[in-house]
Design a protein around this ligand. Sequence first.
Ligand code: FES
Length: 103
Amino acid sequence: MERKTQTSEEKDIILCRCEEVTQKTIEEAIGKGGDTLDSVKRSTRAGMGLCQGRTCQRLVAKILRDKTGKPLEALTPPTSRPPFRPIKLDLLAQEGNKTAERK
Ligand code: FES
């Protein structure tokens, strides 16, 4: 199957919507030696968003396959971790005060 060459504008499309990572950023990470889904995830944050890569992981895997020649079956899924969100310090302080009052 013949693949169409992409323009630089097409490479600016966002592949990871959660972390707003573009195809160009993914390709640059692979060009710098990222040859696994985990290494690309760590260097670009693609896959670290709220959906945890459900949307973007397959797209990143296809780019990795195209750039490295590795078959999709050989690409191990990256380590999965729950997303964390910032917590306001006063919320933590309130919780600490409640704990102190109970003692
Ligand atoms: S689209 Fe990439 S983590 Fe959600």
